[in-house]
Every structure is written in structure tokens, then in C-alpha cells.
Design a protein around this ligand. Structure first.
Ligand code: UDX
Length: 436
């Protein structure tokens, strides 16, 4: 049965979730206080690059099921479920997550709630947040508030598909009513066979931090092996293939290179460390400090390789291919590619950054970096090239067409995606991360 729901906070998570809920047939009211973001959404644009999302957004707006507004009103007060999708960024000057947007969202929401309306958190939060929010909400409403937690596992680049067909649905609930409402709203997904895990609030919150810590650990594990491979003549990519055949290990998330970035993995492992520390069990995840450090060392390694080849970087033109934290995304948050460009720039190089879609974000955040939209022109007189984000157009580059443009035929493959022999035949010296 279609339900009326609100989705509060329309960033990556909320915009995608509101479209997904509408696609399931629900009546969805998205609430976004940022006027520019709201205007974009009302015009059928998510405001960030996500394959298929703008198209789906336009279709759902046209269906009449989806609408966006800046604040709650009588219409949104009728919703049976309110999804909290606001951001929980890393706090400035600390590892901890900033949960203040959640508190302001429930303060705005409280006057609308009736006994029986269910508030469902989807944001990634430190374990214990849901309990604290429930208490706050009950104080504000004067009755026992129904708050549940339903973490989201979507990946950028495949966000809508991940929302509609997730590997699993996790719902943390305090009451039979909240469970029944969530089963109802996700009924089409459950009926299609998506596994459902019904648990308590704390477990539901922790699942997300645990999953991202595990994924980050896999990547840093293979990057740690890459450090050993580089000094011993081994090949970390082949090592990953070989260990990945063991089903207990698996071959996913074992691609070595410049490491992980984005709006989730780095901040989520830091938030988990901060929360464990607060709970007096910091040692349990102290190893994540090393995971973070291994990850950040990969960026420094690229700078060291540039210096080893070029000597002093000042006055040398370094072309960085990629700025987004991964392909099919224009997100430059905590991006290894962008960080490498900044580090090379700080070391005195004349850095030029190319990315098929993420340059607007670079120009806005880092006007000190020069950018180029024309890929072939970008190679002119380069002393070194760093492939830092594995966009398909970089994989498809023809080194023969580039050889005459560059000043020095030197390329660092930070993602292990190039055909080395092809580039070597064109006269390039190729350094692949993780290869001795
Ligand atoms: C991640 C989680 O995958 C997702 O479940 C969660 O909801 C949000 O965080 P996302 O940030 O979109 O999703 O990116 P993901 O595909 O996980 O990649 C994260 C980073 O790891 C990227 O910078 C990527 O380049 C890097 N990565 C990934 C590697 O370096 N090696 C790998 O083998 C895999």
C-alpha cells in the first residue's frame, strides 16, 4: 500500500532515497532548507553527477508522487514515516562526526508528530545517537516517540540501483509498530527477495560503521602489501588476484593504488575511532589509525616517485588525470587524486588537473590549482603524468598520440589500469603503484 513519507535533507543520500521511495509508489515530500539545492531539485536536477538519477527524478516529479519544499507544513505533518537523511560530516579539528544537523531536524519535526508517526534515521551516526535522539524527541513531543534506524549502503555512481536493490535491508527498531511501518514501506523490496535484518537501534547504527571499516581495511591491507611489493620486486595486483580466489578473502575491494577517499570511508573510520574512544574501548579499533595512515601514505608515495624521476618539482609540469574520488562521480571530498594535485602543487610543481566532470568542484574549492577541460591539450609539455582516478577515457588513451605532446615520457599509474606494454612501446616509462 502506498504511504505518505517525508525525506529530510536532500544531499546524496536524501535525494536518492526520495526518488527511490517515489519509484516504489509512495507519496514523497522532500524537505531541503538550502534554497539553491531546493530550486535545483524542483527543476529535476539532483545538483550532483549520479548516472540515471536526474532522469529518474524528472520522471518521479512528473508522476505527481514526488515533491520538494523548504519546510514542514500541514501536508508533511500527515506523513506516516519521516526519514532523516541529513549529513553527519567530520567535525572540524576532531575525528568525531558532527550530529548537530540531526538534532535540528528533529527539533523542526517534533511539533508535527503524533503518537504513532515513525521517525527513521538513515544518516551514518556514532552508535548511541539514535537512543539520544529518541530521548530528545520524547522530551520535545511529550509522548514516547517512535524512532528507528535504517542505515543506507549506497555507493556513488550506482546510488539509485543500490537504494532500490540493496544487498540487505537493516532496520533497528524499538517497537512492533516501527517494525510494521518499515516492513510496509519497504514491502516491494522485501517481496523481491532483499534480505531483511531486524535488530536493535545500536546494532543498526554500528552495522554501517563496521561495514565501512571493513571495506577500508581491505583496501589498506592490499596497499600495505603494495608497500612491501614495491621494495621486494613483487606485484600487488597479482597478489590480490591470487589471494582473492580464496572465497574466505574474496577478490572485491582489493584493488591497490592511491587509496580510498570520498564522503564516507575516511570520515566513517575516523568517527568509529572517536566513538569507541568515548565509550572507553578505543583500543578495539586503534588499528584503524594505521588503516588511515596507510591510505594517506599512498598519496605521499606518488610525490616521492615524482621527485625520484624529476628531482626538484619546482618549475616541472605535472599533469594529474582525475580529481573525483572515483570514476562516475563529480565528488571531490577527501579525494586521493585531488590531494596528490595539492601535494605536488605545494612541492612547487606546475600542476594541471584534468577530470571529465569534477573540475567545477576543484575550481571552487582550490582556485590555486590550474585545470584543463581538453584532455589532449592537457598533455602539452608535461614533465610527468599521474593517473589518479580510473576514468574510462584515461584507460582508453592512445599513448602514441600523446608521446609527441609531452616533454618527458613518464607516467605513474596510480590505479593499475594501464596496459604497460602499450605505453612502453610508445616510449613511456611507466611506474605502477604496487609493482616492484
Ligand atoms: C562507500 C561504501 O562502498 C558504501 O557502501 C557506503 O554506503 C558509502 O561509502 P562510496 O563512497 O560511493 O561508497 O565509494 P566506494 O565505491 O566504496 O569507493 C571508496 C573509495 O575506495 C574510492 O576512492 C575508490 O577509488 C577506493 N577503492 C575502492 C580502492 O582504492 N580500491 C578498491 O578495491 C575499491
Amino acid at each position: 500500500m502506498p504511504m505518505k513519507v517525508t525525506v529530510i535533507g536532500l544531499g546524496y543520500l536524501g535525494a536518492t532515497h526520495s526518488v527511490a521511495m517515489s519509484k516504489l509508489g509512495h507519496q514523497v515530500i522532500g524537505i531541503e532548507q538550502n534554497p539553491e539545492k531546493l530550486a535545483e531539485l524542483q527543476a529535476g536536477r539532483a545538483g550532483f553527477f549520479e548516472p540515471g538519477l536526474d532522469q529518474a527524478l524528472k520522471e518521479e516529479l512528473a508522476s505527481g508522487r514526488l515533491s520538494f519544499q523548504s519546510n514542514h507544513n500541514a501536508d508533511s505533518a500527515e506523513a506516516e514515516i519521516h526519514f532523516l537523511c541529513v549529513g553527519t560530516p567530520q567535525t572540524e579539528g576532531s575525528l568525531a562526526a558532527d550530529t548537530s544537523y540531526l538534532y535540528s531536524a528533529i527539533t523542526d519535526l517534533a511539533p508535527l508528530l503524533k503518537p504513532g508517526s515513525v521517525v527513521v534515521g538513515k544518516s551514518t551516526v556514532p552508535v548511541g545517537t539514535a537512543k539520544a535522539l529518541t530521548e530528545k524527541l520524547s522530551n520535545l513531543t511529550g509522548f514516547e516517540a517512535e524512532l528507528a534506524w535504517n542505515p543506507e549502503f549506497l555507493r556513488e555512481g550506482t546510488a539509485l540501483g543500490d537504494s532500490l536493490r540493496p544487498d540487505r535491508l537493516v532496520i533497528g527498531v524499538n517497537s512492533a509498530l516501527a517494525e510494521a511501518k518499515l516492513r510496509e514501506v519497504f514491502e516491494p523490496m522485501i517481496a523481491s527477495g532483499v534480505p531483511l535484518i531486524v535488530t536493535d537501534l545500536a546494532t543498526a547504527e554500528l552495522v554501517k560503521g563496521a561495514a565501512n571499516a571493513f571495506l577500508a581495511t581491505k583496501i589498506s591491507f592490499i596497499n600495505a602489501m603494495a608497500e612491501i611489493a614495491e621494495v621486494s620486486g613483487a606485484d600487488a595486483s597479482q597478489l590480490a588476484i591470487a589471494i582473492g580466489y580464496d572465497e574466505r578473502i574474496g577478490n572485491k575491494f582489493l584493488r591497490n593504488g592511491v587509496g580510498f577517499g570520498g564522503g564516507c570511508l575516511p570520515k566513517d573510520i575516523r568517527a568509529l575511532m572517536a566513538r569507541a574512544e568515548e565509550l572507553g574501548v578505543g583500543e578495539a579499533v586503534a588499528y584503524l589509525k594505521e588503516i588511515d595512515k596507510i591510505n594517506l601514505r599512498r598519496r605521499i608515495r606518488v610525490i616521492d616517485l615524482l621527485k625520484a624521476e624529476l628531482g626538484e618539482l619546482s618549475g616541472k609540469k605535472v599533469l594529474v588525470l582525475g580529481a573525483a574520488f572515483k570514476p562516475d562521480s563529480d565528488d571531490v571530498r577527501d579525494s586521493p587524486a585531488l590531494d596528490i594535485a595539492l601535494l605536488a602543487n605545494q612541492a612547487g610543481a606546475n600542476v594541471l588537473v584534468h577530470d571529465p566532470i569534477a573540475l567545477a568542484g576543484v575550481n571552487k574549492k582550490h582556485p590555486e590549482l590550474a585545470t584543463e577541460t581538453d584532455l589532449h591539450q592537457a598533455f602539452d609539455n608535461a614533465d610527468a603524468v599521474v593517473l589518479a582516478t580510473e576514468w574510462q577515457e584515461y584507460r582508453d588513451l592512445d599513448p602514441k598520440l600523446i608521446a609527441d605532446k609531452v616533454n618527458r615520457k613518464f607516467i605513474i599509474d596510480g590505479r593499475n589500469v594501464l596496459d604497460n606494454s602499450l605505453w612502453q612501446t610508445a616510449g613511456f616509462k611507466v611506474v605502477s603503484l604496487g609493482k616492484g
